[in-house]
Design a protein around this ligand. Structure first.
Ligand SMILES: Nc1ncnc2c1ncn2[C@@H]1O[C@H](COP(=O)(O)OP(=O)(O)O)[C@@H](O)[C@H]1O
Ligand SMILES: [Mg+2]
Length: 245
C-alpha cells in the first residue's frame, strides 16, 4: 500500500464553545491536488493550522508520508517539508520582495558565508521567476498591489521546495484570476508535490483539484471528485448553491 503524502485522522478542536473541528479525517495521495471547501467559519483554516503545526488539536493525528508529525512544532514540520501560504498574507512589508523570499529559506542556510547567501539569492530569484515577479525584487513588499503580494506569498512558500503544500485561498480577492491561475498551475506542476487547497472560487477548485472535501460547521460532509461533490444535495444545501456547478 502506498503511504499517503498527508493523512489527518480524527482531528477535533474546540475554541471555548465553538467545536471548530469534529473528528475530521482527510487523506491526500502524493502528487495529487485535493480541495478543501466549505462556508466561512467551517473550520478550513483551523484544519490547515492543525496540519502546519500553528495549532494543536485537542485530539487526532497528522502523518506526513506515513510518519507522525503530530507532536512537532510548526518550524519542525516546515523542515520536514510542509509548505503553506496564509489566508491573510504574512509578509514583511518594509522588506524588499527579494528579502521576503530569501528569509523564507531554512535557518541553516541563513548561516554560512557569501556562497551560502548567493545560493539563497539564486533560489529566491528562481522562485520569483516562477511567479513572474523578478522585476519587483528590490521593491518593499508593502508598497505592491494585492495581486503581486499574493505572488510574493506564493514565492515564499515555493522557495523551500516543500514536499507537501497547503494553500489557504490563494486566488481569493484577485480580479485577474485566469492569468494568476495559469502561473499557479505551472508552479505546482513544477513542484509536483501533493497539495491541499482551500478556495472559494469554484472554477479554480474544479480546474486544480482531483478530489475535494467539504467541511461544514467543523465536520466533513462530503468527499470525492468535484463533479460528484458539487451535486451532492447536502453540499448544495450547505454551501454551493445550484448555480455553482
Ligand atoms: N483562534 C481562535 N479562537 C477562537 N475561535 C476561533 C479561532 N480560530 C477560529 N475560530 C473559530 O472557529 C471557526 C472556524 O474558523 P476558520 O477555521 O477560520 O474557518 P474557515 O477558514 O473555514 O472560514 C469559526 O467559528 C471561527 O470563528
Ligand atoms: Mg479560512
Amino acid at each position: 500500500m502506498v503511504a499517503h503524502a498527508l493523512s489527518v485522522r480524527n482531528a477535533s478542536i474546540r475554541f471555548g464553545g465553538i467545536h471548530a473541528l469534529k473528528d475530521v479525517s482527510l487523506h491526500v495521495a502524493d502528487g495529487t491536488r485535493v480541495g478543501l471547501i466549505g462556508p466561512n467559519g467551517a473550520g478550513k483554516t483551523t484544519l490547515i493550522n492543525c496540519i502546519a503545526g500553528g495549532l494543536a488539536p485537542d485530539s487526532g493525528e497528522v502523518d506526513l508520508f506515513g510518519k507522525s508529525i503530530s507532536r512537532l512544532s510548526a518550524p519542525a514540520r516546515a523542515s520536514r517539508g510542509i509548505g503553506r501560504t496564509f489566508q491573510n498574507l504574512e509578509l514583511f512589508d518594509s522588506m524588499s520582495v527579494l528579502d521576503n523570499v530569501m528569509t523564507a529559506l531554512d535557518r541553516p542556510l541563513r548561516r554560512g558565508g557569501r556562497a551560502a547567501t548567493r545560493q539563497r539569492r539564486d533560489r529566491a530569484r528562481s522562485a520569483m521567476a516562477t511567479f513572474g515577479i523578478e522585476q519587483y525584487a528590490s521593491v518593499p513588499a508593502g508598497s505592491l498591489p494585492y495581486g503581486v503580494r499574493k505572488l510574493v506569498e506564493l514565492s515564499r512558500a515555493f522557495v523551500r521546495e516543500p514536499r507537501f503544500m497547503l494553500l489557504d485561498e490563494p486566488v481569493a480577492g484577485l480580479s485577474e484570476t485566469e492569468t494568476f491561475l495559469g502561473v499557479l498551475v505551472d508552479g505546482l506542476d513544477r513542484l509536483g508535490c501533493g497539495v491541499l487547497l482551500i478556495e472559494h472560487d469554484m472554477p479554480t477548485v474544479r480546474e486544480l483539484c482531483e478530489r475535494v472535501y467539504v467541511l461544514d460547521t467543523g465536520a466533513v460532509i462530503a468527499e470525492g471528485p468535484f463533479a460528484e461533490v458539487a451535486t451532492d444535495p447536502r453540499v448544495v444545501a450547505a454551501y454551493l448553491g445550484a448555480d455553482a456547478v
